[in-house]
Design a binder for this molecule. Structure first.
Ligand code: SAH
Length: 231
């Protein structure tokens, strides 16, 4: 870890020199992150691994957290919210099996990092955030690199009806139950991944597949996410 740390500190001082993903001096640390935290834990989806090696996670976290950006844990992003641990982002991305032609809906933009990972892989990403300041910050950074991401400030419970149906939906806040509008907006055969359970407790990460208009659910693993809030 000490060599990782050194690279992270050097990287954070070079941050302002980063003009774009292509000239990024943090590529190395990202590669170590992917190998140690993600490949080692069994993620094999190639497009996901490629995206995780590409997106500069440090650009999506607040300045004071940047030196921790490639650590194996979630980080605070302000307003009581967090950016998920890198492995969790990779796992949730792999589980929806995103394809290049996909239109994906994310609920809980937060830092914008998960949206960026998706934007590397699929045709179009729609993402909804309930806290305006987070939505605006994510929109600003995402717009520097992507023209295939739309960010909306709203209660994600209702989804994004005009943009649906979606090939896949990723919910990154823990809901007590699966919001029915999201099921409606998932296409037949589509996949949704969502943490379900009480806020501030351990929840179940669930995979929801829509088959014959019905929901087929499977528990994936116990997780801990910030609460899905309502306006
Ligand atoms: N995907 C994010 C994780 C952010 S944490 C990332 O990559 O950083 C979950 C986010 O969900 C928080 O920003 C929180 O404000 C947001 N959220 C909670 N309830 C919501 C709701 N009803 N609609 C939209 N966003 C919501």
């Amino acid at each position: 870890m000490s060599s990782n740390l050194i690279v992270v500190f050097i990287a954070s001082t070079l941050m302002f020199a980063v003009a774009g993903y292509s000239s990024d001096p943090t590529e190395n640390i990202r590669s170590i992150m992917v190998d140690n935290q993600i490949v080692r834990r069994g993620i094999t989806h190639q497009a996901t691994l490629r995206a995780m090696r590409t997106v500069p996670r440090h650009l999506y976290v607040p300045h004071e957290q940047r030196r921790f950006a490639y650590f194996d844990r979630p980080l605070p992003i302000g307003f009581g919210q967090t950016i998920s641990q890198p492995f969790m982002v990779a796992f949730m991305t792999e589980v929806i099996d995103p394809k290049p032609h996909y239109r994906v809906l994310e609920i809980g933009t937060g830092s914008g990092y998960q949206a960026a990972i998706l934007a590397e892989i699929v045709e179009k990403v729609y993402t909804i955030e309930i806290i305006p300041a987070l939505a605006n910050r994510a929109k600003e950074v995402l717009s520097r690199f992507y023209d295939n991401v739309s960010v909306k400030i709203a209660d994600g419970f209702y989804g994004w009806e005009q943009a649906g149906p979606f090939d896949a939906i990723i919910v990154t806040a823990a809901a007590g139950t699966i919001p029915p509008p999201l099921v409606d907006q998932l296409r037949e055969g589509g996949k949704m991944v969502i943490p379900v359970g009480s806020p501030y407790m351990v929840q179940q990460l669930m995979l929801v597949e829509k088959r014959g208009g019905r929901m087929v659910t499977r528990n994936l693993m116990p997780v801990r996410f910030v609460p899905f809030t309502r306006n």
